[in-house]
Design a protein around this ligand. Structure first.
Ligand SMILES: [Zn+2]
Length: 344
């Protein structure tokens, strides 16, 4: 081996070593990355690990004989399985009155078991407050119980229920397995009524959707406001008429000023002993309406309206940014038309 050959052999050996080191380092890196990826997957898809799909429903006592299941103040995700909604029940002398049934068959079944843990009386009526899927897709678990709602809600569930269910399946996954739409058969009318020996005041309102039922239990002074009230969570607006919604809030506020009023169960967010959820919902809607009108009047397009920052008072509110984005999509075209059309 001459001098040149020796140098070449040394270079080749050095190259081999570098390649081996690189390859070892790369495979270590890949192992770490794969490990991290698996950990990340387990963290973002706990539904995969929680194969039992347990909503962990615990009835929260609101008043004597009145309970609520309080959901998370989040968007729909595969982790929460759609449990972002409040439902409730009233133990009446003649049986249990169920108010909304949750986002899936599983939720309805688990809700029914959680109710049975509180009262031996059977469910005698399920009331759906409005036609949004997280409020009625648990109806299936109450197949032997009459289902009731306002006539326009019944129509909405019959017409849009399946599309809503498919969408929720996309957003939450297998939590929805086996869920089918059950359309209420019994139409409700506004006014005082007695159900299973309990006096209820039914308020047929609208604004969050085309038909929003609020239920006031006169014996306990508990107001189930449905999605007319959101608390510590930004409101959703896919079917909203803000003007009508604000008018409905006035009617609910009047009930909270009655001497017998005791508590308010919002459709989303914690329960309250005062009108705070109504005030917060009003503040958000008033700001939203004003912000959209100002954006339209300034000639902004939808993307520019979307880019507007949230005011400080709402920036920390759960899901405020995502609900604002959705609300611009739902409401801006009509606001634009109203504002620009007003100039003619
Ligand atoms: Zn709703």
């Amino acid at each position: 081996m001459n001098c040149i050959q020796l140098t070449q052999a040394r270079r080749a050996a050095a190259d081999r070593e570098v390649r081996q080191r690189l390859s070892a380092s790369l495979s270590r890196h890949l192992e770490v990355s794969l490990g991290r990826l698996l950990m990340l997957l387990a963290a973002v898809v706990p539904g995969v690990a929680a194969a039992e799909f347990d909503y962990a429903l615990r009835a929260q006592r609101v008043a004597d004989g009145v309970y609520a299941f309080i959901g998370k103040t989040e968007d729909f995700t595969p982790a929460n399985g759609g449990n972002i909604v409040n439902t409730g029940f009233i133990v009446a002398p003649g049986g249990v009155i169920v108010i909304d049934s949750g986002p899936s068959r599983r939720y309805g079944e688990q809700m029914r078991r959680a109710i049975a843990a509180v009262s031996e009386r059977p469910p005698v009526l399920v009331i759906n407050t409005h036609h949004h899927p997280d409020h009625f897709l648990g109806n299936q678990a109450f197949g032997d119980v009459p289902l009731a709602a306002l006539p326009a809600t019944i129509e909405g569930i019959a017409g849009e229920g399946n599309a809503f269910a498919e969408n929720l399946f996309r957003l939450t996954g297998d939590w929805m397995k086996g869920t089918e739409v059950r359309v209420p058969q019994r139409p409700l009318a506004a006014g005082r009524t007695e159900v299973a020996g309990r006096r209820l005041r039914l308020l047929a309102l609208d604004g969050h959707t085309g038909a929003d039922l609020a239920i006031y239990d006169e014996a306990s002074g508990v107001l189930f406001a449905g999605d007319l009230a959101f608390f510590q969570r930004a409101p959703t607006t896919p079917h909203a008429d803000i003007g009508r919604w604000l008018a409905a809030l006035d009617q609910l506020a009047a009930i909270t000023r009655e001497p017998g009023f005791h508590a308010l169960v919002p459709g989303h967010g914690p329960l309250a002993r005062d009108a705070a959820p109504l005030l917060q919902t009003r503040a958000w809607l008033t700001w939203l309406q004003g912000a959209l009108r100002r954006a339209a009047a300034a000639g902004l397009d939808m993307n520019e309206a979307l880019a507007r920052p949230l005011p400080a008072e709402f920036a920390e509110l759960p899901v405020a940014a995502s609900e604002y984005r959705r609300s611009v999509g739902h409401l801006f075209p009509a606001v634009e038309q109203e504002v620009l059309g007003g100039g003619h």
